[in-house]
Design a protein around this ligand. Structure first.
Ligand code: FAD
Ligand code: SIN
Length: 526
């Protein structure tokens, strides 16, 4: 199948859907998503979306909190514009039908999370993402200009490289003409030409053994841009959420929202000792990098594989009313959170880096935008402030839509793009070659590139990865393509970028902690 659209969108989370709804007023949209449309990280977001709405909160306070969490690496201009647009974007989500909890007075009930100096997190009980995804998807499904292709896997973006022109990282005008998309059911590879393409492919938590991310989070968009010689940055800054439910064998890990700590829950050791005050004056509500590292340290000191989160002192009715999903989930594995402590462990949660974009979400490749978790906007710096990512997605998809709508009228399709060439490929009968490599990548990353790193661990990770990379590349070249082999290839790309960028950072900053360089670069001569 060959198809031509004004706007091609890859991804059906908050970033893809909110952009699609805007550009659909100015042309036809094809939105491609590799699973069912609702299966996104967006759907699993619990805590909520941060925005400034009422006094005593102010834009300046939210800006300051974001800068502090980012450990001086956030781009101040980007932080300012994102926070200043937060109120408008929340109002828009509400207009689109998303419902956020209110107090009896009619004011929105704003929650507190780690690193925030005010209550500013809009939420829908403890399943905010599900509510946002529901509202946006309904709107998109009803829109006459939006076609949604579910269970279709984007293989690669199309550039001059596919016209047999030489493209390297110094080529100044790399241009995106659309994407090749696999229908795994028919094994057909479609050529979808788009005047403008948006990547909204989400994160890459699946590169680790233990992650809160759904299976779709394999870093496909980031890998596509890297392969197309576009710019990717800050990949070493991977956020480990301090509190995923310790329930061995469950994948992905179930998240225990930070909002529960905002509500008063406290971290404790197996001996029921509170420990966060030894690490930071903000205690259990310190920013995530600090809390995750503290837990990691306590687990190593005690030789334990988890710590506890204690809610037993909180009003049980309020707890059950505000956190029904967590209450039900824990009960399903035999833990009554009103009476027992919750076993928790850090898990890979969020990629702060990704495809480098400017203030309008433009990538280094022409006619290609990126928004959401796959993008690196400069907002998060070295560490993301809780609940700032749904906000970032809404803000940058809005900004991308403004720029895309402005330019789409000037653009033409590139008609001489060839169809995908699958000549000489054969069916790979041995799935074990892929599944085993997939697990090996996750083990390498979890063992050597986790919360605490060192030069030796990173080098070991890179050496091990190179073998799997070579084997996978050979297999890819000769195989009829499947989603699984493509995801493995993408994960390998992502793992490589994380390790390389971690090796280049000769300091500890935010989420990147190195035993060899425990200080910020500017403090190393002290
Ligand atoms: P996603 O919502 O992940 O969507 C990605 C889309 O891309 C999917 O539709 C997927 O199918 C599609 N896709 C990917 N690759 C391909 C491909 N090759 N071809 C076709 N389609 C593809 N953030 C907050 O701000 N507040 C929170 O409370 C919060 N809680 C969270 C809780 C959990 C458990 C998790 C995992 C994350 C949480 N986050 C939270 C982070 C936040 O949910 C994500 O960063 C955000 O939802 C990302 O949105 P997105 O649109 O970029 O990507
Ligand atoms: C959470 O609810 O703790 C997750 C919030 C986030 O990732 O921003």
């Amino acid at each position: 199948m060959r198809k031509k659209v004004d706007f091609l969108v890859i991804g059906s989370g908050i970033a893809g859907l909110s952009y699609a709804l805007k550009v659909a007023e100015h042309g036809n949209v094809c939105l491609v998503t590799k699973s069912n449309a609702a299966e996104t990280a967006t759907k699993y977001a619990q805590g909520g979306i941060a925005a400034v709405m009422y006094t005593p909160d102010t834009y300046d306070k939210h800006i300051r909190d974001t800068m502090i969490a980012g450990d001086e690496l956030s781009n101040p201009e980007i932080v300012r514009l994102t926070i200043r647009e937060s109120t408008e974007r929340i109002k828009e989500l509400i207009e689109w039908g998303a419902q956020f909890d209110k107090e009896a007075s009619g004011k929105y009930d704003l929650a507190m999370e780690g690193g925030h100096s005010e209550h500013r997190v809009f939420h829908h009980k403890d399943h905010t993402g599900l509510e946002i995804e529901r509202a946006l998807l309904k709107k998109a499904e009803e829109h006459p200009n939006i076609e949604i292709l579910e269970n279709h896997f984007t293989l690669d973006i199309i550039t001059q490289h596919h016209l047999n022109q030489d493209v390297n990282r110094r080529t100044p005008d790399i241009t995106c003409y659309g994407a090749y998309v696999l229908n795994p059911e028919t094994q057909e590879i479609h050529t979808i030409l788009g005047k403008i393409t948006l990547l909204a492919t989400g994160g890459a938590g699946m590169v680790y053994n233990t992650t809160t991310n759904p299976n779709i989070a394999t870093g496909d968009g980031i890998a596509m841009v890297y392969r197309a010689k576009g710019q990717v940055e800050n990949m070493e800054f991977i956020q480990f959420h301090p509190t995923s439910l310790y329930n061995p064998g469950e994948k992905p890990s179930f998240l225990i929202t930070e909002a529960l700590r905002g509500y008063g829950a406290v971290l404790k050791t197996h001996n029921e000792n509170e420990f966060m005050d030894h690490y930071d004056e903000r205690g259990s509500l310190a920013p995530r990098d600090i809390v995750a590292r503290a837990i990691d340290n306590e687990m190593k000191l005690g030789g334990e594989d988890h710590v506890y989160l204690d809610c037993r002192h909180l009003d049980s009715n309020g707890l059950i009313k505000n956190f029904p999903t967590i209450y039900a989930k824990c009960l399903s594995i035999g833990i009554d959170i009103t009476k027992e402590m919750i076993p928790v462990v850090p898990a890979a949660h969020y990629f702060c880096g990704g495809i480098k974009v400017d203030e309008y979400a433009s990538t280094s490749i022409r006619n290609l935008y990126a928004s959401g978790e796959c993008a690196s906007t400069g907002l998060h710096g070295a560490n993301r402030l809780a609940s700032n990512s749904l906000l970032e997605s809404a803000v940058f998809s809005h900004r991308a839509s403004i720029d895309a709508i402005k330019h789409v009228k000037e653009l033409h399709y590139c008609d001489n793009i060839p169809d995908w060439n699958a000549e000489g490929t054969v069916l790979n009968e041995e799935m074990i070659l892929i599944t085993q490599s997939y697990k090996e990548v996750q083990t390498i990353m979890s063992s050597y590139v986790g919360i605490v790193r060192s030069d030796l661990r990173l080098k070991r990770a890179l050496d091990r990865l190179e073998i799997i990379y070579r084997e996978t590349d050979e297999l890819y070249e000769k195989s009829i393509l499947t989603v699984r082999i493509c995801e493995l290839r993408n994960l390998l790309n992502v793992a490589y970028l994380v390790i390389k960028m971690a090796m280049q950072r000769k300091e500890s900053r935010g989420l990147h902690y190195s035993l060899d360089y425990p200080k910020h670069i500017e403090d190393q001569n002290d």
